[in-house]
Design a protein around this ligand. Structure first.
Ligand code: HEC
Ligand code: HEC
Length: 298
């Protein structure tokens, strides 16, 4: 009798347990792809010279005009990381920019882009993040000046500048362009660097992708709209694809700094199909004239 019960239990496990695990493995794999394409490691992992700190254990400084933010520890450590979070907590952080205790995140965390992810992608991402080894390293407090350091004020910022997702495909455009838009806007958050901001740090929609002199780390970020004179309207589709894969520009330069990192962690690791979709979307953008090489009035 006991043996029969054991056999039944084994069969039940085979039927119910295995497909479940197979599904989990698929989600973890998809989640890892999304984690790379979205560049999560970049802000949540320290780098010292060539040396990378433990994955997602936090501490990476992000200089902004408002001060320096530090990506927190998002490993599964129950005290210093997000080990006690439920999937719903995680989805709420990305979708609404809200902490499990209800406090608002600063937009240095690009939840303003991640909000556009689908629920399914957020769930896969969470499945992967949970597999990252826990690291007991406290998150470093942000070093941001008053009044931008007040979490409560983010509530008002969000009322003005935050549009909650998810991404809505445009039925008037091809599936490829919609996929490219999803990659650029929801995952790889290209606009977070390539679109200029107003004095409150909100993206200036009319200047989408037109570049800025006040990019992250205070550097210039080029205009990547198809404007011929001031953007990349002179690049062929193949040029852009090559650049996003390898970092090589048509005139033989190679991307450095922030973009070098985007290429090595995100666009360079995309499937060829995804990269082509991203290129198709970038080439469909409205050209915006914005000359960044010249100072205004000079
Ligand atoms: C441009 C830098 C940047 C990128 C890219 C980024 N994050 Fe963050 N993230 C931050 C910062 C800064 C905070 C802290 C925000 C705050 O304190 O209000 C944060 C906070 C978080 C939190 C909340 C942690 C906590 O303890 O409350 C989670 C979860 C998170 N990020 C996950 C992710 C995931 C997943 C990705 C990739 C999809 C990602 N982040 C990409 C900068 C980034
Ligand atoms: C973290 C900030 C950041 C993000 C995110 C980012 N970029 Fe960039 N990008 C830059 C910077 C800075 C440069 C200039 C690099 C240089 O001069 O070496 C650049 C350069 C470029 C160029 C070359 C333009 C030229 O005229 O040389 C293209 C094309 C480009 N980015 C496209 C993208 C796309 C597409 C995405 C999203 C997948 C993206 N970038 C995301 C910061 C960023």
């Amino acid at each position: 009798m006991k043996r029969l019960a054991f056999a039944f239990a084994c069969v039940a496990l085979l039927i119910s347990g295995n497909p479940g695990r197979a599904q989990d493995a698929g989600a973890v794999q998809r989640g890892e792809y999304l984690f790379n394409v979205a560049g999560c490691a970049g802000c949540h992992t320290t780098v010292q010279g060539q040396q990378r700190g433990p994955l997602a254990a936090g501490g990476r400084p992000l200089a902004t005009p408002f001060g320096t933010f530090y990506g927190p520890n998002i490993t599964s450590d129950p005290t210093h990381g997000i080990g006690r979070w439920s999937e719903a907590d995680f989805i709420r952080a990305l979708r609404d920019g809200v902490r499990p205790d209800g406090a608002h995140y600063f937009p240095a965390f690009p939840f303003t882009s991640f909000t556009r992810m689908t629920d399914a992608d957020m769930r896969s991402l969470f499945a992967y993040v949970r597999t990252i080894p826990a690291v007991a390293q406290p998150s470093r407090p942000h070093d941001v000046s008053f009044p931008f350091n007040i979490r409560f004020l983010q509530f008002f910022w969000k009322l003005i500048f935050f549009t909650r997702g998810p991404f809505q495909a445009d039925p008037a455009r091809s599936a490829e362009i919609n996929r490219g838009a999803y990659l650029a806007e929801a995952l790889s958050h290209c606009q977070e660097c390539h679109t200029p901001r107003n004095f409150l740090g909100g993206l200036r929609g009319s200047m989408a992708y037109a570049g800025t002199r006040d990019g992250p780390e205070g550097g210039r970020v080029p205009n990547v709209t198809p404007d011929r004179a001031t953007g990349i309207g002179g690049w062929a589709a193949g040029d852009l694809e090559e650049f996003l894969a390898s970092g090589l520009t048509p005139d033989g330069d190679s991307a450095g700094g922030a973009m070098g990192e985007v290429i090595s962690s995100s666009t360079g690791r995309m499937t060829a199909e995804d990269r082509r979709a991203l290129v198709a979307y970038m080439r469909s953008l409205r050209p915006v004239e914005n000359n960044l090489r010249q100072r205004p009035g000079s």
